[in-house]
Design a binder for this molecule. Structure first.
Ligand SMILES: CC(C)(COP(=O)(O)OP(=O)(O)OC[C@H]1O[C@@H](n2cnc3c(N)ncnc32)[C@H](O)[C@@H]1OP(=O)(O)O)[C@@H](O)C(=O)NCCC(=O)NCCS
Length: 189
């Protein structure tokens, strides 16, 4: 069967607006992904070239056209400031599963924004797709990300030992899974 386009949604939460990424987001994306602090537990080195932002945007469009996911920009609703992005990838209609990812700028940390944004994306996904399972992986040093997943109802399922090597540093990853029956629709706000 030919792949089906999956339209990227615009979503509103109490404090946030989630919307499709656009070309004008390239500078904010580059600032986010070139920050060594933001990227310290990422599974790849920080970006060095501005062109990486355009490639990321092209990949987001491709994922939407292939129908394999949806990534949204996350803006603060009251002043429109770009906080980061959140999204689903690896949507597999046969397995009814997908992967969750997110990245927020350092200035936005500690306000519950990641949990609020991911909660909205999950609510949309469970409402829109015949989705049963969402997986997320996080570096075992990334306690804040693990906490976000726990707050959303994800269950820690195991550890992938030494599965990432970034700039010579070997790290382990935790695997988390959220099943439809675990899903707490009130999570995130
Ligand atoms: C991980 C990340 C998304 C968290 O964003 P955030 O908006 O600060 O997350 P929230 O405020 O919703 O929740 C963070 C939780 O972690 C806790 N936390 C943060 N740092 C912590 C630490 N060092 N130790 C223990 N808990 C910590 C917070 O207290 C909060 O939990 P609480 O609500 O129970 O108090 C953000 O730091 C980020 O984008 N980092 C860079 C990119 C990244 O690592 N993405 C994930 C890749 S898997």
């Amino acid at each position: 069967m030919a792949p089906m386009t999956l339209p990227t949604p615009t979503l509103h939460t109490g404090r946030l607006r989630l919307r499709p990424l656009v070309a004008d987001d390239a500078d904010d994306l580059f600032a986010l992904h070139s920050s060594r602090t933001v990227q310290r537990y990422w599974d790849a080195p920080p970006w060095e070239e501005r062109a990486r932002a355009d490639q990321f945007l092209a990949r987001c469009r491709q994922v939407a056209e292939d129908g394999t996911g949806a990534r949204v920009a996350v803006d603060r609703a009251d002043d429109g400031v770009f906080l980061g992005w959140c999204g689903l990838t690896r949507w597999n209609a046969d397995y009814r599963s997908a992967a969750l990812g997110y990245c927020f700028s350092e200035a936005a940390w500690g306000h519950g924004y990641a949990t609020e944004a991911a909660g909205a994306v999950l609510r949309w996904a469970f409402d829109t797709l015949d989705l049963n399972r969402v997986q997320a992986e996080t570096d075992t040093r990334n306690v804040a990300s693990a906490r976000v997943l726990e707050k959303l109802g994800f269950v820690h399922e195991g550890t992938q030992r030494e599965d990432c090597v970034v700039e010579g540093v070997v790290s382990d990853s935790w695997v988390f899974g959220l099943l439809r029956r675990d899903w707490l629709p009130s999570a995130g706000g």
